[in-house]
Design a protein around this ligand. Structure first.
Ligand code: ATP
Ligand code: MG
Length: 659
């Protein structure tokens, strides 16, 4: 089956979750977004987006908000010109906020750096002047292969400032993954570091660049930030130290405005469902929607909030909600270099306490990891500064949502579950924290200005209570403008499934509840078919996670001679649960029965395996396709975006010993 082709019928709708959590009156009163925002957007979508775009600073205003005469190729804010970096940096300084902290950077070994907006302006200007001195010009591509260092952000903004298109590649990816991305973009420059700190130790980074650029003739220079002071190979003429090239530059640079549709970056998807796609984003619409969603979904107040998004900049969440959205809004944010359990499992909570973090945005995988480590760890820290919690990346299981709100959010602050994709550029479906009565596990409804629907295989909207395919039926400002260098794949992947209706097919399954709120049910490709029932992996996983012994679960459908597919579950136990006890036959039976009780006997897993880890992408998503390969005894597919490839060996080993 192709990556997002979908299958025959709509989903069976099984799990029910009916708890709701409205915002407190106090929160609702002070919220940036009120309920009227929906009405305002519905009354005139284009006028609404024009108003949002107007909150940015444009050198030349647009003549037309949207051109959708040549779908699926959209243009937004036609004729408008702006400089993205000016909007994220200089204009805050010009508004008198140069002394405000932009970034509290926290290094993994405990070092740190506080960067004000005025300093950010100087650093970005120096970096921009350095890139100019290397002969780069608007339209050129730059690959950024960096750990979470301030220089990574300076580099992205310097590119944006000069109209260079950046392609950020995860610092954890292999030389081969880097090579193919450099090659795809024909990048002229690679920005990297000598090494990076991971789990308390310096790890090499530049070596992978050396290997990659041997086979990428487009690369003229490699610019290297010194971080770990490790020994590196050096190619004279090609390799340049950041401190040699950037530090001596003038800290003034006058930005030039670029067209609203000027390419801002290329970024590859996580590779959860197949070979990663190089997604292209442009400037005006992208910045409009990232700033708008950041302001309203996280309710940020630039004067008082300390915002922290824990993503890596190599992931779209890092682009939109560490770099462009927050900085466009002029907020103070925390950027953390390292791993969450270095030097101890309370590191995140220690950072929240240290900087007084008010808004915290992370992924379900990490929340479930925190559950596994135990609630006593966050309990040791003062988390009372927090006022909004966010989740992104995968469906959040209701139990993990409740744990997050109770344990991290003191049982009273809003949790926003934000659905979006690399392709959408910014958040699309999410509660508004001061408006929505939140439901654990549901992203609920499209944001004001955005339109999403759940349809059946014919493209007709399903009724309340029904399940099917998630589609976006209206263009949106931060939508992808294509797959880099592959127009056909763009049309085929996203627009062919519902070509007749002209809908964007997201590749995700979803259902409406009785109120018409949306619940994301995982990838359409992951949907299982058991004796003719179409069952979502998410629902079975959520049922497993609702058992007190289970921290994480991944479920796949494996070929079964009697039922078509049988459900195979892989589970990780919560901290404090004794392995022998929970692995025993009785415990496994109890888990299977628990699923049957939660969602029905049809969803009872055929087999449950207790595993130490699950295969995840570097962005923290479970790669079910690899588990399906294991469960069906196939050769394991593309693992290039896997965080830790030894995980698959562990699981395969365990699999041999069971069943
Ligand atoms: P690839 O497209 O290469 O297979 P990927 O889809 O994992 O990788 P991303 O763009 O990083 O790459 O992830 C987007 C996907 O993540 C969505 O399509 C959806 O499946 C999932 N997702 C993100 N946020 C949520 C959420 N809040 N609830 C449910 N699913 C989510
Ligand atoms: Mg995807």
């Amino acid at each position: 089956m192709t990556e997002q082709s979908g299958q025959g019928q709509t989903l069976d709708n099984l799990l029910t979750e009916s708890r709701t959590f409205p915002p407190s009156d106090e929160f609702a009163r002070q919220a940036n977004a009120k309920a009227e925002l929906y009405e305002q957007a519905d009354a005139d979508r284009e006028a609404f987006w024009a108003e949002q775009a107007g909150k940015l600073s444009w050198e030349t205003s647009w003549d037309q908000v949207l051109d959708w005469t040549n779908p699926p190729f959209a243009k937004w804010f036609i004729g408008g010109k702006l400089n993205v970096a000016y909007n994220c940096v200089d204009r805050h300084v010009e508004a008198g906020n140069g002394d405000r902290v932009a970034i509290h950077w926290e290094g993994e070994p405990g070092d740190g750096r506080t960067i004000t907006y005025a300093e950010l302006q100087r650093e970005v200007s120096k970096a921009a002047n350095a890139l100019l001195s290397l002969g780069l010009a608007a339209g050129d591509r730059v690959a950024i292969y960096m750990p979470m260092l301030p220089e990574a952000i300076f580099s992205m903004l310097a590119c944006a400032r000069l109209g260079l298109t950046h392609s950020v590649v995860f610092g954890g990816f292999s030389a081969e993954a880097l090579r193919s991305r450099i090659d795809d973009a024909q990048a002229k420059l690679v920005i990297t570091a000598d090494g990076q700190y991971r789990r308390g130790k310096p790890a090499p980074l530049k070596a992978a660049v050396d290997e990659a650029v041997e086979k990428t003739p487009s690369v003229e220079h490699v610019l290297v930030v010194r971080r770990t002071e490790s020994e590196v190979e050096w190619s004279d003429g090609r390799d340049l130290w950041w401190h040699d090239v950037v530090d001596g530059q003038s800290d003034e640079h006058t930005p030039e405005a670029f067209d609203a549709e000027h390419p801002l970056f290329i970024l590859y998807t996580s590779g959860t469902t197949g070979k990663p796609k190089g997604i292209l984003h442009t400037s005006g619409g992208y910045l409009t929607q990232t700033a708008y969603t950041h302001r309203n979904v996280f309710d940020v107040k630039p004067e008082s909030d300390v915002y922290w998004c824990t993503a890596d900049i190599g992931w779209v969440t890092g682009h939109s909600y560490i770099v462009y959205g927050p900085l466009a809004n002029g907020v103070t944010e925390v950027v953390y270099e390292g791993t969450p359990n270095t030097p101890h499992e309370g590191r995140h909570w220690e950072i929240v306490q240290k900087y007084g973090v008010t808004v915290y945005y992370t992924a379900p995988t990490l929340i479930r990891t925190f559950m596994k480590w135990g609630a006593d760890i966050p309990a040791k820290f003062d988390l009372s500064s927090l006022r909004v919690l966010g989740s992104v990346g995968e469906p959040i299981n209701p139990e993990a949502w409740i744990w997050y709100r109770e344990t991290i959010g003191a049982g009273k602050i809003p949790v926003v579950d934000t659905w979006w994709q690399t392709e959408t550029g910014a958040i699309m479906i999410s509660p508004l924290p001061g408006v929505t009565a939140a439901k654990p596990g549901s992203a609920q409804r499209a944001l004001p200005g955005i339109s999403a629907k759940i349809v059946d295989e014919k493209g007709d909207e399903v009724a309340k209570g029904g399940g099917g395919y998630l589609v976006l039926d209206q263009p949106w400002p931060s939508m992808l403008r294509g797959i880099w260098g592959d127009e056909e794949r763009y049309k085929e992947t996203y627009w062919s499934r519902f070509a007749e209706q002209g809908y964007y097919f997201a590749g995700d399954g979803a259902k409406y509840d009785a109120d018409g709120d949306m619940w994301l049910l995982g990838r359409v490709d992951d949907v299982m078919n058991v004796s003719g029932h179409r069952i979502s992996t998410t629902e079975v996983e959520s049922a497993l996670v609702s058992h007190p012994t289970v921290a994480e679960a991944a479920v796949v459908g494996a070929t079964d001679p009697t039922t078509g597919q049988g459900i195979v579950a892989f589970v990780i136990l919560r901290g404090g649960v004794a392995e022998d006890e929970a692995k025993g036959e009785k415990a496994i039976k109890a888990l299977r029965d628990h699923v049957a009780k939660e969602i029905g006997p049809i969803a009872k897993p055929r087999q449950i395996m207790v595993v130490p880890e699950l295969p995840k992408t570097r962005s923290g998503k479970i790669m079910r396709r690899l588990l399906r390969d294991v469960a069906e005894n196939r050769e394991i597919g593309d693992v290039t975006t896997l965080a830790d490839s030894s995980v698959m060996d562990l699981i395969s080993e365990g699999m041999k010993g069971s069943s």
